[in-house]
Design a protein around this ligand. Structure first.
Ligand code: ZN
Ligand code: ZN
Length: 398
């Protein structure tokens, strides 16, 4: 299962009103379209711009409207925290505030190494509640609280702008009063630990902004996801660089394969990823291979970088085609270079492999696949269709 993050687009005037997929040379993708069955997919629902997390939940066969409450849990899982159903998780920024609790820098001067700070935060105790805290990349971190009677229905402490006071976490429902109180207690204790920390004293002396406050946002409750192995009988693995995607896959019970050189950017080492995916196929029935750079190029509005990465990905695909039974090629959402963000346009899909009902589609792109045999489907039906082709699904009824 090859998922190209944000690869779908709208017609681009600079490309003669072709989309980057239509403009790119991509013989391997087109070959799959010719041999396979094509269609369009509304990953979440028609007209709903998906996030990468909700999109991947759908692509793995879950209903995002049922299981998704916020981004926190998926980010925490992506950072390697083993979540339990009911855990409340947040995205966290190390930030700089002054004595009046006014935010001066939401990224603490884009601080790089926060390991020492992480260790000190991990020692904070809250009564009756367990804390799991992990620094991730640069100024980012993730917080999980685990205990009885917790709720994700709380507000952010992040004001999302500078020169504004940090916010108190508020309960957004009556069930969340205890959680809000615990989080405010955590924030106070973390501030005390951080502002006196030797690393921050050192930063002050060097003229760098202190990383003296933790801004919390994106509260969500970890859902119970029935593992893919139970749901479809697939032993499955994921090759991805993006933490959010790894998080969704980990929660679905997939094995996460780390690949050195996979960066999640346009310069990612595609060969290393393809090799890792092929190795994983030796002892897994389903491998999800995720390539992220298209989305980055699209957020930057760079259609040329997007076309180039499509052509590099097509070359990589050449290594995979002969060595797999089934190949499913798709995209988690459209990210038009003209919009710089995700939109709700449906994305092209193709499945090729033994005994698929191949259609007349000759090219893998947004307009050609609209005429294919899969018609227009929802994202959550994609994996059941593949499972059925692979002889893995159970009959409904007698
Ligand atoms: Zn995405
Ligand atoms: Zn994006």
């Amino acid at each position: 299962m090859l998922i190209c993050d944000g690869m779908a687009d709208r017609p681009v005037p600079e490309l003669g009103n072709l989309t980057p997929l239509e403009a790119a040379q991509k013989p391997n993708m087109n070959g799959i379209a010719r041999r396979g069955i094509c269609g369009l997919m509304d990953t979440i629902a028609p007209g709903v711009p998906p996030g990468s997390d909700t999109a991947h939940l759908a692509l793995l066969g879950y209903d995002p409207f049922e299981v998704y409450t916020g981004r926190g849990p998926f980010e925490a899982a992506g950072a390697g925290i083993d979540l339990r159903a009911g855990d409340i998780a947040f995205r966290v920024n190390y930030a700089t505030i002054d004595e009046k609790l006014i935010v001066k820098d939401r990224r603490a001067g884009r601080i790089q190494d926060t390991k020492q700070l992480e260790v000190s935060i991990q020692r904070i105790k809250l009564s009756g509640t367990q804390i799991l805290f992990k620094s991730t990349v640069a100024h980012r971190a993730t917080l999980v609280i685990r205990g009885k009677g917790l709720s994700h229905e709380v507000s952010d402490s992040d004001p999302h702008k500078t020169d504004t006071k940090v916010l108190r976490v508020k309960a957004l429902s009556s069930k969340a009063a205890k959680t809000a109180k615990l989080l405010n207690e955590f924030s106070r204790k973390a501030y005390k630990v951080l502002k006196n920390h030797p690393l921050n004293q050192k930063r002050s002396k060097q003229g760098l902004p202190q990383a003296n406050y933790l801004l919390l946002r994106g509260a969500g409750v970890a859902p119970h996801l029935e593992p893919l192995q139970q749901k479809y009988g697939f032993k499955s693995a994921c090759v991805a660089a993006a933490a959010l995607v790894k998080g969704v896959c980990r929660m679905a019970g997939m094995e996460i394969i780390e690949v050195p050189g996979a960066t999640g950017g346009v310069n990612t080492d595609l060969n290393a990823k393809a090799k890792a995916a092929l190795r994983a196929l030796e002892n897994h029935e389903l491998v999800l291979l995720h390539v992220k750079g298209f989305d980055e190029a699209s957020h930057d509005g760079n259609h040329n970088a997007k076309v180039k990465l499509i052509e590099r990905t097509d070359a990589m695909l050449g290594q995979l085609i002969d060595k797999t039974d089934y190949i499913m090629l798709t995209i988690d959402h459209t990210t038009p270079v003209s919009v710089h963000d995700h939109t709700g346009d449906p994305v092209p899909i193709v499945i090729s492999g033994p005994a698929v009902r191949a259609d007349d589609v000759r090219n893998y792109d947004e307009r050609s696949t609209a005429k294919g045999g899969l018609g227009r489907i929802r994202g959550k039906y994609l994996l059941p269709i593949l499972a059925d082709l692979m002889g893995k699904s159970k009959k409904f009824g007698a």
